[in-house]
Design a protein around this ligand. Sequence first.
Ligand code: ASP
Ligand code: MG
Length: 600
Amino acid sequence: MAVIVQKFGGTSVANAEKIRAAARRAVEAKRGGYDVVVVVSARGHKTDELVELAKEITSHPRPREMDMLLSTGEQESVALMAMAVHELGEEAISLTGAQIGVLTDTTHTKARIVSISTKRMQELLKAGNIVIAAGFQGVDAEMNITTLGRGGSDTTATALAAVLNAELCEIYTDVEGIFTTDPRLVPEARKVEHISYDEMLELASLGAGVMHSRSIEFAKKYRVQLRVRPAYSDGPGTLIAPESDEVTSVVTGVAFVRYEAMITLVGLPDQPGVMSTLFSSLSAAKIPVDMVVQNVAREGTANVTFTVAEDELPDALTVANAAAASLQAQDVVATTGLSKVSVVGHGMQTHTGVAARMFQVLAAHGINIRVVTTSEIKISVLIDRSRCNDAVQAAHSGFELNKVTSSLPQVGCASNGHRSGSVDVASPELTADIVSRLDSMESIVVSDITADIDQSRVTLSNLPDDPGIAEAVFTAIAEGGVLVDMIVQNAARDGQATISFTVPRSDLDCAILLLREVMETYAGSIVTSDRRIGKISVAGIGLRSHTEVGARMFRCLAANSINVEMINTSELKLCVVISANEADLAMTQLRSEFGLDTNV
Ligand code: ASP
Ligand code: MG
């Protein structure tokens, strides 16, 4: 029989009435012919209350005891849910993480799943039970109770759906589904019908907040179809599934992270190994880095900027200062009060002018862009926090996200091909193959490493650090129909900004021509280019929640004396630009570093 997993969040099981309603859904599915597994969170604010209670006892609760404590919230919910199902006349049995056999590592309060045994669940389902599983918890090899980190029930549900090969995993929650942006900020925000894993990953990590991003990584890895639905109505919610062929809109959503801070290391020597030192220290200190930006070096020195959540800034600065001292950097500059705003959508792989539109919209509101990074499906800008709401609203209306289909003119003079590399780089078969070789279900999957040697780099320097510059540049480029791939703008120095981007090599001359007029209006600005660059992308799942991938990538490049010229990161990929001559070497070395077949 087909299996369905239904997960109910805290608000959806807050009281007896809601528990009964949730039980009715499970019973309906069972009577509709499914084998049903229900995953529940702790009721209402139970987990928060338990955290508070522990704080009243000690400011330093030991993580093992926190897990022992917090797991009780879910244990209470499963028992009540089973009783509610019994009342409706069906068989149900509640199980804790340990009883199911959710084996995790020993990292208390943020454990990762190692494996899940399906035996007991299968037997119980076969005997006609609805299985009610406690979310968020597992057990390590020594039988210590562990938890998966706040919001972890989503991950439990997705993981159970994966191992049981469920037809669908329904996530019942207190919202209508996934929206084009936060409806509290933009009342016209619209619920979307369908979103791809990659778009959702970019949005979730950017603060869309509806789901635990580890659960999306899981869903993508195991191809679990997820449906986020309201618990309080029959609304169909949003389907999170592989990318569909018809792209209805160029941009799917606007996301933001309100509290970001950035650190710039100024005047780093432009030589192999520098990045490796910096990112190994950050990774060793377990500091989650968000954006990483390095623009092309000038006069032998490079500046690197990275962002962290604002409350991580003190720790990140300690690490950055130590790394800067050992690398003999000229300066370390920290900036607070920033927000990151991003537009996400598969459509930008094939439509020109998305960057131009984004920058136009921001310029029209006088919003200055501090830093830019892009991926194939995302453009992110770092701006002053005081303008965060304005920027989100402006981008939402600028891309007409209130409408079901928005369009962007597809102009063209140039080659007008697809942006290089597809986001879903690994075929499902390839991913499945890699996954089957994992010892641990949540291990990082570097699914592919690709080199693109058909692009050129353009760098514009000595630009004024004012609103409207990026707009002027990318509007000119878009008007010529050139598809821009990677865009990097680092933090301005001494009032001057530098923007680099890559274009198909066949469009390089066209791009430079298109820029001539704009650049003439900014006295002193300089255009340089490199016709033959190598762009290397390390793509996969979980790159961000596994901070060591960046460190490993840079270490590997450094060990082979390969200098990194430009860096750009997203949830899905780490991209570096190196010299084209070194692309082959980089590919071979990185493929062996991450255990990918070197013959592919
Ligand atoms: N009860 C846990 C929490 O609040 C897990 C969850 O709700 O997903 O973080
Ligand atoms: Mg939750």
